[in-house]
Design a protein around this ligand. Structure first.
Ligand code: 13P
Length: 251
Protein backbone atom coordinates (compact mmCIF):
# COMPACT_ATOMS: atom_id res chain seq x y z
CA UNK A 1 0.00 0.00 0.00
CA UNK A 2 1.31 3.43 -0.90
CA UNK A 3 0.86 6.10 1.77
CA UNK A 4 -1.16 9.08 0.66
CA UNK A 5 0.73 12.34 0.30
CA UNK A 6 -0.67 15.86 0.44
CA UNK A 7 1.90 18.47 -0.51
CA UNK A 8 1.31 22.22 -0.72
CA UNK A 9 3.42 24.22 -3.15
CA UNK A 10 3.45 27.82 -1.99
CA UNK A 11 5.37 29.08 -5.03
CA UNK A 12 6.45 32.74 -4.56
CA UNK A 13 3.92 33.42 -1.81
CA UNK A 14 4.05 34.21 1.91
CA UNK A 15 6.44 36.36 3.89
CA UNK A 16 8.44 34.44 6.48
CA UNK A 17 6.17 35.81 9.20
CA UNK A 18 3.14 34.40 7.37
CA UNK A 19 4.89 31.09 6.79
CA UNK A 20 5.65 30.87 10.52
CA UNK A 21 2.02 31.52 11.43
CA UNK A 22 0.87 28.77 9.06
CA UNK A 23 3.49 26.36 10.45
CA UNK A 24 2.29 26.89 14.02
CA UNK A 25 -1.36 26.50 13.01
CA UNK A 26 -0.61 23.33 11.05
CA UNK A 27 0.74 21.44 14.09
CA UNK A 28 -2.43 19.51 15.00
CA UNK A 29 -3.01 18.57 11.36
CA UNK A 30 0.16 16.51 11.16
CA UNK A 31 -0.91 14.19 13.98
CA UNK A 32 -4.32 13.81 12.35
CA UNK A 33 -2.71 13.02 9.00
CA UNK A 34 -0.33 10.48 10.50
CA UNK A 35 -3.12 8.73 12.34
CA UNK A 36 -4.75 8.26 8.97
CA UNK A 37 -1.59 7.14 7.16
CA UNK A 38 -1.22 10.35 5.23
CA UNK A 39 2.02 12.28 4.79
CA UNK A 40 1.58 16.03 4.92
CA UNK A 41 3.95 18.68 3.64
CA UNK A 42 4.53 22.14 2.24
CA UNK A 43 7.10 23.69 -0.08
CA UNK A 44 7.79 27.27 1.07
CA UNK A 45 10.27 29.67 -0.54
CA UNK A 46 13.93 29.21 0.40
CA UNK A 47 13.70 32.11 2.85
CA UNK A 48 10.91 30.45 4.83
CA UNK A 49 12.27 26.91 4.92
CA UNK A 50 14.04 27.30 8.26
CA UNK A 51 11.12 28.99 10.00
CA UNK A 52 8.63 26.38 8.79
CA UNK A 53 10.98 23.56 9.80
CA UNK A 54 11.38 25.10 13.27
CA UNK A 55 7.75 25.93 13.91
CA UNK A 56 5.84 23.04 12.33
CA UNK A 57 5.38 19.57 13.79
CA UNK A 58 8.47 17.37 13.29
CA UNK A 59 6.41 15.08 11.07
CA UNK A 60 5.66 17.83 8.57
CA UNK A 61 7.51 17.39 5.27
CA UNK A 62 9.22 20.65 4.39
CA UNK A 63 10.32 20.74 0.76
CA UNK A 64 12.37 23.25 -1.22
CA UNK A 65 11.00 24.34 -4.58
CA UNK A 66 14.31 23.98 -6.42
CA UNK A 67 18.00 23.20 -5.91
CA UNK A 68 21.24 23.35 -7.90
CA UNK A 69 22.96 20.08 -8.77
CA UNK A 70 26.49 21.30 -7.92
CA UNK A 71 27.72 21.29 -4.33
CA UNK A 72 29.11 24.82 -4.38
CA UNK A 73 30.77 27.31 -6.69
CA UNK A 74 30.22 30.34 -8.88
CA UNK A 75 26.47 29.98 -9.49
CA UNK A 76 25.02 33.33 -8.47
CA UNK A 77 21.52 33.15 -7.09
CA UNK A 78 21.54 29.38 -6.60
CA UNK A 79 21.22 27.16 -3.51
CA UNK A 80 22.95 23.78 -3.15
CA UNK A 81 22.01 20.44 -1.64
CA UNK A 82 24.41 20.75 1.37
CA UNK A 83 22.86 24.14 2.14
CA UNK A 84 19.40 22.57 2.30
CA UNK A 85 20.67 19.62 4.32
CA UNK A 86 22.16 21.94 6.91
CA UNK A 87 18.59 23.08 7.64
CA UNK A 88 17.24 19.53 7.73
CA UNK A 89 15.49 19.88 4.37
CA UNK A 90 15.45 16.61 2.47
CA UNK A 91 12.61 16.98 -0.02
CA UNK A 92 12.81 19.10 -3.19
CA UNK A 93 10.39 19.81 -6.05
CA UNK A 94 12.12 19.33 -9.38
CA UNK A 95 10.98 20.41 -12.82
CA UNK A 96 7.84 22.32 -11.88
CA UNK A 97 6.26 23.62 -15.08
CA UNK A 98 6.79 27.20 -13.92
CA UNK A 99 10.53 26.55 -13.64
CA UNK A 100 10.53 24.75 -16.97
CA UNK A 101 8.61 27.62 -18.58
CA UNK A 102 10.23 30.68 -16.98
CA UNK A 103 13.69 29.37 -16.12
CA UNK A 104 14.53 27.02 -18.95
CA UNK A 105 14.58 23.94 -16.77
CA UNK A 106 15.07 21.07 -19.22
CA UNK A 107 14.54 17.34 -18.73
CA UNK A 108 18.33 16.92 -18.81
CA UNK A 109 18.85 19.51 -16.08
CA UNK A 110 16.12 17.87 -13.99
CA UNK A 111 17.97 14.58 -14.40
CA UNK A 112 21.20 16.07 -13.00
CA UNK A 113 19.30 17.47 -10.02
CA UNK A 114 17.40 14.25 -9.35
CA UNK A 115 20.59 12.17 -9.47
CA UNK A 116 22.36 14.58 -7.09
CA UNK A 117 19.42 14.52 -4.66
CA UNK A 118 19.16 10.75 -4.61
CA UNK A 119 22.93 10.39 -4.13
CA UNK A 120 22.46 12.60 -1.06
CA UNK A 121 19.61 10.49 0.32
CA UNK A 122 17.01 13.15 -0.45
CA UNK A 123 13.55 12.85 -1.98
CA UNK A 124 12.88 14.52 -5.34
CA UNK A 125 9.28 15.28 -6.32
CA UNK A 126 9.64 15.19 -10.08
CA UNK A 127 6.98 17.26 -11.85
CA UNK A 128 5.77 16.55 -15.34
CA UNK A 129 2.85 17.70 -17.46
CA UNK A 130 1.92 19.07 -20.85
CA UNK A 131 0.82 22.44 -22.21
CA UNK A 132 -2.66 23.13 -23.55
CA UNK A 133 -1.47 22.91 -27.16
CA UNK A 134 0.16 19.51 -26.54
CA UNK A 135 -3.01 18.32 -24.80
CA UNK A 136 -5.22 19.56 -27.64
CA UNK A 137 -2.96 17.91 -30.20
CA UNK A 138 -3.49 14.60 -28.38
CA UNK A 139 0.24 14.29 -27.63
CA UNK A 140 0.14 14.22 -23.83
CA UNK A 141 1.46 10.68 -23.47
CA UNK A 142 4.43 11.08 -25.84
CA UNK A 143 5.35 14.33 -24.12
CA UNK A 144 5.09 13.03 -20.56
CA UNK A 145 6.89 9.82 -21.48
CA UNK A 146 9.85 11.86 -22.71
CA UNK A 147 9.89 13.89 -19.48
CA UNK A 148 9.92 10.71 -17.41
CA UNK A 149 12.47 8.80 -19.49
CA UNK A 150 14.96 11.66 -19.73
CA UNK A 151 14.39 13.08 -16.24
CA UNK A 152 14.89 9.67 -14.63
CA UNK A 153 17.63 8.36 -16.93
CA UNK A 154 20.62 6.47 -15.45
CA UNK A 155 18.93 5.70 -12.15
CA UNK A 156 18.66 2.22 -10.67
CA UNK A 157 15.62 0.42 -9.23
CA UNK A 158 17.13 0.82 -5.77
CA UNK A 159 17.51 4.56 -6.24
CA UNK A 160 13.97 5.34 -7.33
CA UNK A 161 12.09 3.60 -4.56
CA UNK A 162 11.45 6.79 -2.54
CA UNK A 163 11.00 9.06 -5.53
CA UNK A 164 7.70 10.93 -5.96
CA UNK A 165 6.32 11.95 -9.36
CA UNK A 166 3.72 14.69 -9.79
CA UNK A 167 1.61 14.94 -12.93
CA UNK A 168 0.41 18.51 -13.39
CA UNK A 169 -1.13 19.43 -16.74
CA UNK A 170 -0.03 23.04 -17.28
CA UNK A 171 -3.47 24.04 -18.58
CA UNK A 172 -4.99 23.14 -15.22
CA UNK A 173 -2.53 25.04 -13.00
CA UNK A 174 -4.04 28.08 -11.32
CA UNK A 175 -6.77 28.19 -13.96
CA UNK A 176 -9.60 26.53 -12.08
CA UNK A 177 -9.88 24.35 -15.22
CA UNK A 178 -8.98 21.08 -13.58
CA UNK A 179 -8.38 17.89 -15.51
CA UNK A 180 -11.17 15.36 -15.18
CA UNK A 181 -10.65 12.48 -12.81
CA UNK A 182 -10.50 10.19 -15.86
CA UNK A 183 -7.64 12.17 -17.38
CA UNK A 184 -5.77 12.24 -14.05
CA UNK A 185 -6.08 8.46 -13.71
CA UNK A 186 -5.25 7.81 -17.35
CA UNK A 187 -2.01 9.82 -17.26
CA UNK A 188 -0.95 8.82 -13.73
CA UNK A 189 -1.55 5.17 -14.70
CA UNK A 190 0.45 5.76 -17.87
CA UNK A 191 3.31 7.29 -15.85
CA UNK A 192 3.32 4.20 -13.66
CA UNK A 193 3.48 1.97 -16.74
CA UNK A 194 6.57 3.87 -17.96
CA UNK A 195 8.14 3.57 -14.50
CA UNK A 196 7.40 -0.17 -14.58
CA UNK A 197 9.04 -0.45 -17.98
CA UNK A 198 12.11 1.43 -16.75
CA UNK A 199 12.47 0.06 -13.22
CA UNK A 200 10.24 -3.02 -12.87
CA UNK A 201 8.22 -3.82 -9.77
CA UNK A 202 9.47 -0.88 -7.72
CA UNK A 203 7.05 1.22 -9.82
CA UNK A 204 4.29 -0.05 -7.52
CA UNK A 205 6.01 1.69 -4.61
CA UNK A 206 6.54 5.07 -6.28
CA UNK A 207 3.96 7.67 -5.29
CA UNK A 208 2.34 9.60 -8.11
CA UNK A 209 0.52 12.85 -7.32
CA UNK A 210 -1.98 14.81 -9.36
CA UNK A 211 -1.76 18.61 -9.36
CA UNK A 212 -3.70 21.41 -11.01
CA UNK A 213 -6.63 23.31 -9.46
CA UNK A 214 -7.00 20.76 -6.66
CA UNK A 215 -9.41 22.11 -4.03
CA UNK A 216 -11.03 20.73 -0.87
CA UNK A 217 -14.16 20.02 -2.99
CA UNK A 218 -12.47 17.87 -5.63
CA UNK A 219 -9.48 16.27 -3.87
CA UNK A 220 -11.36 13.17 -2.77
CA UNK A 221 -12.36 12.26 -6.31
CA UNK A 222 -8.74 12.43 -7.51
CA UNK A 223 -7.46 10.36 -4.63
CA UNK A 224 -10.00 7.67 -5.29
CA UNK A 225 -8.16 6.87 -8.56
CA UNK A 226 -6.02 3.73 -8.26
CA UNK A 227 -2.86 5.42 -9.55
CA UNK A 228 -3.25 8.81 -7.86
CA UNK A 229 -1.52 8.60 -4.48
CA UNK A 230 -1.84 12.21 -3.44
CA UNK A 231 -1.99 15.80 -4.56
CA UNK A 232 0.41 18.68 -5.18
CA UNK A 233 -1.65 21.77 -4.43
CA UNK A 234 -0.87 25.41 -5.15
CA UNK A 235 -3.51 28.04 -4.41
CA UNK A 236 -5.65 25.93 -2.09
CA UNK A 237 -2.67 25.16 0.15
CA UNK A 238 -1.97 28.78 1.07
CA UNK A 239 -4.64 29.33 3.71
CA UNK A 240 -4.68 27.07 6.73
CA UNK A 241 -8.47 26.57 6.56
CA UNK A 242 -8.33 25.41 2.99
CA UNK A 243 -5.25 23.22 3.68
CA UNK A 244 -7.15 21.67 6.56
CA UNK A 245 -10.12 21.14 4.24
CA UNK A 246 -7.90 19.31 1.75
CA UNK A 247 -6.69 16.97 4.49
CA UNK A 248 -10.06 16.40 6.14
CA UNK A 249 -11.67 15.51 2.84
CA UNK A 250 -9.27 12.62 2.25
CA UNK A 251 -9.25 11.09 5.74
P1 13P B 1 -2.85 25.23 -8.36
O1 13P B 1 -3.30 24.22 -7.33
O2 13P B 1 -2.89 26.65 -7.87
O3 13P B 1 -3.55 25.01 -9.68
O4 13P B 1 -1.29 24.93 -8.64
C1 13P B 1 -0.88 23.64 -8.89
C2 13P B 1 0.59 23.58 -8.83
O5 13P B 1 1.28 24.11 -9.69
C3 13P B 1 1.23 22.89 -7.70
O6 13P B 1 2.57 22.67 -7.93
Amino acid sequence: MRRKLLLGNWKMNKLSSEAKEFAVQSKPLVALAQKNNIDLGVAPTYLSLATVKENADKGMIVAAQNVHFKESGAYTGEVSIPMLKEFGIDWVLIGHSERRGYDNETNEKCNLKIKALIENGMVPVYCCGESLSTFEAGQTKEFVEQQIRVGLADLTKEQVKDLVVAYEPIWSIGTGKNASVEIAQDICGFVRSILRDMFGEVAEKIRILYGGSVKPENIKAYLSCPDVDGALVGGASLKIDSYEGLLKNIL
